[in-house]
Ligand binder design. Structure first.
Ligand SMILES: C[S@@+](CC[C@H](N)C(=O)[O-])C[C@H]1O[C@@H](n2cnc3c(N)ncnc32)[C@H](O)[C@@H]1O
Length: 470
């Protein structure tokens, strides 16, 4: 056993030495945890191949070292208290505490001064911030005085507290940081997650093919799909926030990740990309900005299109007016009317729905496809916690070429938690799931699509699954 601990320590020290050497080569410093991140650029170092690889090994080894060394009763209790950090983060984001702390400056802000602005009980502010600071999210710089660090600054929208008070529904419009996604996770997803146990252990509910049999519906006493639920007047704030949360989820991968992998620049002039269930169109925006030769049709529900129009007029003025980018109302469970698409793009759509419902979406696209149309599904590909089945080695990108050094887990442990996090989120909000490669292969094949390749650009959390009509 001690030998394993020594091996893990060795992996940490050699990986950190590699990071240090690479930083020296690049004449730069690794970002300091105590410094608030001031822009996405300050984190761009992690997009360097050598640094990203060594960092992943160090993190996986450090987490495994903790699991190996900590008293198991402590580990299991800490895991069962997983809601503590999520709860605290949700309240801090919703109460605009992060903005108040930033406005106070680098010396930090006393809980009484935070309370004077957002009206919360000062002791509760401290009780919520302290477990976060203990997990390296914020710093307690002196008794009851909290300041930002590199991680907590992502809760901050960058807006003034007064501006947020004046227009709370617009808090995330044009905002920096990750607050919109934090609150999607720690508000409705979290409330639904509290009911996962009740739903998955209820045999009647599990046997039913009712797509609305979700923990979210049980939590809120409703019986509607998530997207119609968002359109209820009482959910106006959540509805607007959801669109911006999707924009944040794009930013979790390095800027331009969607432009690497599939070669958008090689598609002929004027090709039409149909972004099905495209939301406000944040993924299309990134592709459109870099590829002025492509046309886009973003399809979604009417209410979402309204938000999308506002988003594009802010982010890429002129694109809608010129007609290069259009929005269209469309129900993806009905026949697809666009028959001349060069690419059908689906991001975070298939993972929302059960296999039965996903099949309907994919089949409608297959029915509308030309022989040359490609389908690009952008989703998390859920790895196994052991080595993958090599059966799909012949599909480029489907199976890893190699695995991390032993004794690390083949999926690199906590480094790759994102697909499982989002999978449980789907279990809370909908009846969808994150899928493994063989699961996608079967699902697409049954709907008439054959996967040609999988791209996962460096640092990207999601994969691009490229398929052609069978
Ligand atoms: C998880 S979001 C993904 C949005 C977008 N693809 C992105 O990645 O930013 C799912 C989207 O599907 C849309 N949607 C849900 N049901 C739909 C339906 N029946 N027809 C068309 N769009 C739908 C929602 O309004 C929402 O914008």
């Amino acid at each position: 056993m001690a030998a394993t601990l020594i091996e893990l320590c060795g992996l940490i020290s050699t990986s950190v030495a590699k990071v240090d050497a690479r930083c020296k080569d690049l004449s730069t410093e690794y970002p300091d945890l105590n410094n608030p991140a001031n822009s996405e650029d300050s984190e761009s170092l992690l997009q360097d191949g050598a640094i990203a690889a060594a960092t992943s090994i160090a993190i996986a080894a450090a987490a495994q070292l903790i699991a190996s060394m900590q008293y198991p009763a402590r580990s299991i209790m800490d895991a069962s208290y997983g809601y503590v950090v999520a709860t605290a983060l949700g309240v801090i984001a919703e109460s605009s505490t992060a903005e108040i702390i930033r406005e106070a400056g680098p010396q930090g802000c006393h809980i009484n001064d935070i309370a004077k602005k957002n009206g919360m009980d000062p002791m509760k502010i401290a009780r919520l911030l302290r477990p976060l600071a203990t997990n390296h999210i914020f710093r307690e710089v002196s008794p009851n005085v909290f300041a930002h660090n590199r991680i907590s600054s992502l809760v901050d929208t960058g807006k003034s507290f007064e501006a947020i008070q004046a227009a709370p529904e617009d808090k995330y419009m044009g905002a920096g940081g990750h607050a919109a996604l934090i609150l999607l996770n720690d508000d409705e997803t979290f409330k639904g997650a509290a009911y996962i146990q009740d739903v998955v252990l209820d045999k009647v509910s599990e046997a039913s093919d009712d797509e609305l049999n979700t923990p979210l519906n049980r939590a809120f006493g409703t019986h509607t799909d998530l997207f119609s639920w968002y359109e209820k007047p009482e959910n106006r704030k959540r509805f607007k926030r959801f669109g911006y949360a999707m924009d944040v989820s794009r930013r979790l991968s390095p800027t331009g990740a969607i432009l690497k992998g599939f070669k958008w620049s090689d598609i002929p002039e004027n090709s039409l990309i149909v972004d099905v269930g495209g939301g406000i169109g944040s993924l299309s925006l990134e592709i459109a900005q870099a590829n002025p030769h492509l046309r886009f049709l973003i399809q979604d529900k009417a209410a979402v299109i309204q938000e999308g129009t506002q988003y594009w007029n802010t982010e890429l003025p002129g694109a809608l007016a010129s007609g290069r980018v259009t929005f269209g109302e469309h129900d993806f469970f009905g026949p697809q009317s666009v028959k001349n698409a060069d690419i059908f793009l689906l991001r975070f759509i298939v993972h929302d729905w059960s296999d039965t419902y996903s099949h309907k979406i994919l089949q409608h696209l297959r029915d509308a496809a030309q022989t040359t149309t490609k389908l690009i599904v952008v989703e998390h590909l859920a790895p196994l916690a052991c080595e993958e089945d090599p059966a799909f080695k012949h599909i480029p990108g489907a199976v890893p070429d190699s695995y991390p050094p032993k004794p690390l887990l083949p999926n690199l442990g906590i480094v790759n938690m994102a697909p499982y996090n989002v999978d449980i989120q789907m279990m809370s909000l909908l009846r969808g799931c994150e899928r493994t490669f063989p699961h996608y292969w079967d699902l697409l094949k049954k709907a008439g699509w054959e996967i040609e390749a999988v791209h996962r650009p460096l640092g990207s959390l999601v994969s691009q699954i490229v398929a052609k009509p069978i």
